[in-house]
Design a protein around this ligand. Structure first.
Ligand code: BGC
Length: 842
């Protein structure tokens, strides 16, 4: 029975003032504070002095700042020297307070300049390697500092609650434990380099649909045991900033929720940095600052003049403003930003960034299926290869929205495969699916006009209307490619094909495939056209700089020709590598788990023509795979960053063992997921949403409901084979784990290749605890690399938290004592070792 969603939900229970004592320590990590600005290398984080000198300095600044200056520190403003970052707060030069620049992450530093496009965080997470997360964080930290930034809007730690979520690629996992481990190390990595991390979006922003308005209701236990774990860990690691979410939580906007910002974040977790709003997520002045919001972004709608007026009018106490300014300045000081001199900034280390990007992309590559030794490509299979799919030619680097960064450069997978296959090999390419369209035939329109590659001079306009006749009904995709910001108008039979959607930022509308290989913006529209006469009208404006544009199309016949060519190419080769994609972005959820466009048809046809077909998925999250059983192999490469092509080749040819494991369950049936079939769970009904799955998020739900997934959490194949043996579970006191367990077992590489394994430990429920608990919860894991025949005794220390549940009556973590089961193995569904142990019996 799952925990009832009582009306005394979550936040009311959290809502009383005062820290809540925990029966168990709330986590072991002492905050790691960053070194002063300009620190570039060397050991992390000697705590910066936020000592008495600092306190006196901040007090003295507060005395000297005027009200106008204080409130100006609490909201965004236009940057006089913009670097393309998301936010800017002017400083107070007369008092030596520098401006703050806040750039988006989380997969690189999003500014106008180039920066390392790292693999999407979900790929980092797939490595199950907190130490790697720290390295990734350090790349972000150094690049952010080098690129003139002070705050990075990362990491994103909201759980993957549904595979439809548009930003699933930006976060880590459906599992709270893994998320917490990675959040902690990523924050440390970013801050090791002197950049302030802004952990986001606090809290319960687990989808894009209705994200600015949806009211999320979750029970207190659900919050603590699932979504909040990543935030708690990030705060314990010393995150300087927390970003409030856009949605409501228990009836109140997250950015004005006292239970969230004050009772939980500050009083319970001891957060002493500042809370910044999500962009346009602040909705009030008095309520927001009263609840604990310190900074509004990107402007000052509520914290600019209205805040000054409210202080002057007495509805906001001066102390509230002082407190918010105090938090901002103390954090800046902690990071060495108030040193009174422009802080030294490191240079970018693009080579180091690229190295980490490639390492993460191989460490996080998840081999989902591999039949009949399809992979790695070797011998004859490596000498005759067909590469198919548009993203084999146009590299899929990263997702869209605020996470999109401008990479240093990115090779096409086709190029990397050709290079790795070498001179003696034949590598042929077929498009398979045309994402950018063909030129309209010269004689199509009457009167005729060349609509391919037109240039409209600055200050001029250009328009044309023509007719064409279709002999039979057909499905067309019409595309417009254009430069500049203003999209040309394209009307078909009087209907505008590419309307500018009110309230949807343009950078959300397209995702990665929103631009052509030559950089022009691309928009597509697919329509069923009836036989007969149609009228196409185009109207473009040159604007200030002139505009290039082209109108292109695909038809049923062109699609059939592309498919036939792909099949011919597949037949002509010994092995096939087919690149499939799904273009996810902030701002919209997926509407289905099916691959977009004609990709399912393409994969079916190609795999039927050549069973040695490997499908490489550049997708954000779980995908439906109706063609799975016909393929030779499936390699989940997510969005692999700027070094993704080389990393993909590394894995395909077996230069490295695919090191990733799924951090989310891939469902076999879209209706049978933790949120499937119940609109109140997802996407919400009438603006309200209930997290009725309770603590059974992700794989826990599949276990509780005994639903067989397509691929379980933790799944991922290796090129070698593994054996688990000799499980021993002891009281963790031996390992300094008070209240925890020490789990030991042997992992043996029984194959003929060196390989990487992610050994996983799960625990069953405590029957002494009268609380609904997961059938199996992830309690720890260990990533190891072993030579053929090598065996290693693996130790996983399970801490007390992993054996505890949040007790809403006691409002504390309580140890689940008594006899409990411990499991070890390769995935949440492949656990060959199990043992029973007494917990808390000392
Ligand atoms: C997004 C954040 C992002 C911010 C700045 C918000 O709306 O949700 O993830 O950091 O905008 O671009």
């Amino acid at each position: 029975m799952s925990e009832a969603l009582s009306r005394r939900s979550a936040l009311r229970l959290l809502g009383s003032a005062g820290a809540v004592g925990t029966v168990l320590a709330a986590g072991s990590c002492a905050p790691t504070l960053p070194p002063g600005a300009g620190s570039r290398t060397g050991p992390p984080a000697a705590p910066a002095a936020a000592g008495p000198g600092s306190a006196a300095r901040i007090d003295s600044l507060l005395e000297r700042l005027t009200l106008d200056e204080k409130t100006a520190l609490l909201h965004g403003a236009p940057d006089p020297a913009p670097l393309g970052q998301a936010g800017y707060v002017p400083g107070v030069p007369r008092l030596g307070i520098p401006a703050l620049r806040l750039a988006d992450g989380p997969a690189g530093v999003r500014v106008t300049a180039r920066s390392t496009a790292l693999p999407a965080p979900v790929m980092l997470a797939s490595a199950f390697d907190p130490a790697l997360a720290r390295e990734y964080g350090r790349v972000l930290g150094r690049e952010g500092r080098a690129l003139g930034q002070d705050v990075l809007l990362a990491p994103l730690v909201n759980l993957i609650r549904t595979p439809y979520a548009g930003r699933a690629f930006e976060t880590f996992a459906e599992d709270p434990r893994l998320t917490a481990d990675l959040a902690r190390e990523l924050v440390r990595g970013i801050q090791d380099e002197g950049l302030i991390a802004a952990v986001k979006h606090f809290a319960l922003n687990n989808q894009e649909q209705g994200r600015d308005t949806v009211d999320v209701i979750a029970a207190e236990r659900t919050l603590h045991e699932t979504e909040l774990r990543g935030f708690e860990a990030a705060v314990a690691a010393g995150a300087g900033t927390v970003m409030g979410a856009s949605n409501k939580v228990d009836g109140v906007y997250a950015c004005e929720s006292k239970p969230l910002l004050d009772a939980l974040l500050r009083k319970q977790w001891g957060f002493d940095g500042w809370v910044v709003s999500g962009w346009d997520a602040a909705h009030s002045t008095v309520a927001a600052i009263g609840a604990g919001l310190d900074m509004e972004m990107p402007g000052g709608t509520h914290f600019g003049r209205p805040l000054r007026d409210a202080v002057r009018g007495g509805s906001v106490p001066q102390d509230a403003v002082d407190l918010a300014v105090h938090r901002v300045l103390t954090t800046m000081d902690r990071f060495g930003l108030l040193a009174g001199r422009p802080s030294a900034r490191p240079a970018r280390d693009a080579a180091a960034g690229a190295r980490v990007a490639r390492k993460v992309a191989t460490a996080g590559a998840v081999l989902l299926r591999n039949e009949h030794g399809t992979l790695p490509l070797s011998g004859a299979a490596a000498r005759s290869i067909a590469v198919i799919g548009p993203t084999g030619q146009v590299p899929f680097v990263g997702g869209g929205g605020s996470a999109h960064v401008v990479p240093d450069g990115a090779a096409a997978p086709l190029t990397a495969i050709r290079r790795r296959a070498g001179k003696g090999a034949t590598v042929r390419y077929a498009l398979g699916e045309d994402l950018y369209g063909r030129a309209l035939p010269a004689g199509l329109l009457s009167p005729p006009a060349d609509l391919d590659d037109r240039f409209v001079d600055a200050g001029r306009g250009w328009s044309h209307a023509g007719e064409f006749r279709l002999a039979a009904d057909d499905e067309w995709t019409l595309l417009v490619h254009y430069t500049g910001r203003q999209r040309p108008g394209v009307r078909l039979d009087g209907q505008e094909l590419f309307p500018v959607r009110e309230g949807v930022a343009e950078h959300f509308a397209g995702g990665l495939l929103g631009s052509a290989p030559d950089g022009m913006t691309v928009r597509r529209r697919t329509l069923t056209l009836k036989a007969g006469l149609h009228r196409l009208a185009v109207n473009a404006q040159g604007g200030a700089r002139g505009q290039r544009f082209r109108i292109r199309y695909t038809t049923g016949a062109s699609r059939a020709a592309d498919l036939a060519e792909a099949v011919r190419t597949a037949k002509s080769a010994r092995s096939v590598v087919l690149f499939a994609y799904e273009d996810a972005t902030e701002g919209r959820d997926r509407t289905s788990l099916a691959l977009p466009g004609g990709q399912d048809r393409l994969i079916e046809a190609v795999a039927a023509a050549n069973p040695r077909t490997t499908v490489v998925l550049n997708t954000p999250s779980a995908t439906a795979m109706p063609w799975l059983s016909r393929t030779g192999a499936v390699l989940q490469m997510y969005y692999p960053g700027q070094e993704g092509a080389a990393a993909t080749a590394d894995v395909l040819f077996g230069d490295v063992d695919p090191g990733g494991r799924l951090t989310q369950t891939f469902p076999a049936d879209e209706q049978r997921t933790p949120v499937g079939g119940d609109p109140l769970r997802y996407p919400g009904v009438g603006g309200r949403q209930e997290y009725a799955e309770g603590v059974h998020v992700g794989h826990r739900w599949y276990d509780a409901q005994q639903v067989t997934p397509l691929f379980p959490f933790g799944h991922g194949l290796s090129y070698t084979s593994w054996q688990y043996e000799g499980l021993a579970v002891r009281d963790g006191a031996a390992g300094g784990q008070n209240g925890g367990l020490r789990v030991e077992f042997t992992v043996r590489n029984t194959g003929r290749r060196k390989g990487t394994e992610v050994a996983q430990v799960y625990v069953g429920p405590s029957h002494e605890l009268r609380l609904d608990q997961p059938v199996r919860a992830l309690a720890g894991y260990r990533r190891i690399t072993l030579a053929p025949g090598e065996a290693q005794r693996v130790t996983v220390d399970v801490d007390a938290r992993a054996l505890s549940s949040w007790d809403p009556e006691r409002r504390a973590w309580v140890l689940g004592s008594g006899r409990r089961e411990v499991f070890a193995g390769r995935s949440s569904r492949e656990l060959p070792l199990r043992s029973k142990v007494m917990v808390g019996s000392r």
